[in-house]
Design a protein around this ligand. Structure first.
Ligand SMILES: NC(=O)c1ccc[n+]([C@@H]2O[C@H](COP(=O)([O-])OP(=O)(O)OC[C@H]3O[C@@H](n4cnc5c(N)ncnc54)[C@H](OP(=O)(O)O)[C@@H]3O)[C@@H](O)[C@H]2O)c1
Length: 345
């Protein structure tokens, strides 16, 4: 027993078949489980809301398919309550990827990352968390963006996309974004330095995309797949690189969509290089990357967009909305106020 009593958590109540709805989730109060020998008990300050949560409700990803009754998986930023000897002391502020939508998560000690006292705390889920690292390694290590190239980002106003696009811009590329609204596109161009942004829901999307990329696309940083990627394929230049980051358009269905029939023909005809990756592939280099990301933000080269909702109960509707583009930037829910002495900027 840990003396913490009961906690609120959110589980999958029913496997969705078709678009996600709030009824696929259930909030419940259960005892906080006892800590295993190598586990750290974390009290959540923020939990992420990410498309991966929808993906595992559908089927296996890099982790097994979620079972009915299981907690929705997420990253967490919070305070250590209990840890094994030699681990972080209680009160240490940490991040961990393998947590969930619950007030208290048990995470293996090896997966817990103590955070430097650099604020705002929520940035450690986005810019200084998995999404910033995904944009960083996707652009710098997989795409190997070079100055003057045209880089196209799908899901460009999302948590990964808005950071990835800015990193490519810092590296000298001309960056184009794809979003689902003119308002989001305007933010990318007016506030984040994208050269152009195109609305995927426009009746003239394909024509607008071609006009925005008159020299073609050298790097396609793809967060969404599906019909958006079908529209991009003809624009790819000879030896273009396609960075396969996520397939958000496939997640909100009972079955993943089949791959595009046009892809092999285009890949052969243009000597394309397609490469998927998981941000954890680069775990040994996260430290340097986080320093670079922090420097880019503190020099004003990269701006952070966040969409933080209040309270764990807001998480299901936030994820439902995300599946139709309802977020701008990093989506998360806040469960507790930041520690009183945590820096704010
Ligand atoms: N490889 C890795 O290691 C790694 C790490 C982190 C995340 N990811 C992946 O990166 C992607 C982005 O994650 P995120 O957390 O930053 O999410 P996000 O981009 O903030 O949110 C998802 C966005 O996808 C777009 N979208 C939703 N349904 C769509 C559809 N049917 N067709 C096209 N676009 C649709 C929406 O933007 P618009 O409506 O504005 O287009 C929505 O805002 C996800 O696929 C995620 O799984 C991969």
């Amino acid at each position: 027993m840990n003396g913490l009593g009961r906690q609120l958590r959110i589980v999958m109540s029913e496997r969705p078949s078709g678009p996600l709805e709030p009824r696929h989730f259930r909030a419940e109060r259960v005892p906080v489980p006892p800590r295993g020998a190598d586990e750290v008990l974390i009290r959540a300050g923020y939990v992420s809301v990410a498309p991966h949560a929808r993906a595992v409700m559908q089927g296996p990803t890099y982790r097994p398919q979620l079972a009915v009754g299981e907690v929705i998986p997420s990253s967490v930023v919070g305070e250590v309550v209990e840890a094994p000897e030699g681990g972080p002391t209680p009160g240490t502020v940490v991040a961990a990827a393998n947590a969930g939508w619950q007030e208290y998560s048990l995470v293996p000690l090896s997966a817990v990352r103590p955070l430097p006292r650099i604020g705002p705390l929520s940035h450690h889920l986005g810019l200084l968390g998995l999404n910033g690292l995904t944009g960083y390694f996707g652009m710098r290590s997989v795409a190997e963006v070079r100055p003057g190239q045209t880089v196209l980002v799908s899901g460009a106003a999302g948590g990964v996309g808005h950071l990835a696009g800015q990193i490519a811009r810092v590296d000298g590329a001309r960056v184009i974004g794809i979003t689902s609204s003119d308002a989001k596109s305007a933010v990318l161009v007016d506030q984040l330095g994208f050269a152009a942004a195109v609305n995927r829901t426009s009746g003239t999307f394909v024509e607008e995309l071609r006009a925005a990329c008159p020299e073609g696309v050298d790097v396609y940083f793809d967060n969404v797949g599906g019909t958006v990627s079908d529209a991009v394929l003809p624009l790819l230049t000879h030896r273009a690189r396609v960075v396969l980051v996520g397939v958000t358009s496939h997640y909100d269905a009972d079955q993943p969509a089949p791959p595009s029939a046009a892809l092999p023909v285009q890949a052969i005809a243009k000597s394309l290089r397609l490469e998927g990756f998981l941000v954890r592939d680069f775990a040994e280099r996260w430290g340097t990357a986080l320093e670079d990301l922090r420097a880019m933000a503190s020099h004003g080269q990269v701006k952070v967009l966040e969409d933080i909702r209040d309270g764990l109960e807001a998480a299901p509707s936030a994820l439902v909305g995300m599946m139709s583009g309802g977020n701008l930037g990093q989506l998360a829910v806040q469960l507790r106020p930041d520690p009183a002495d945590w820096p704010t900027g």
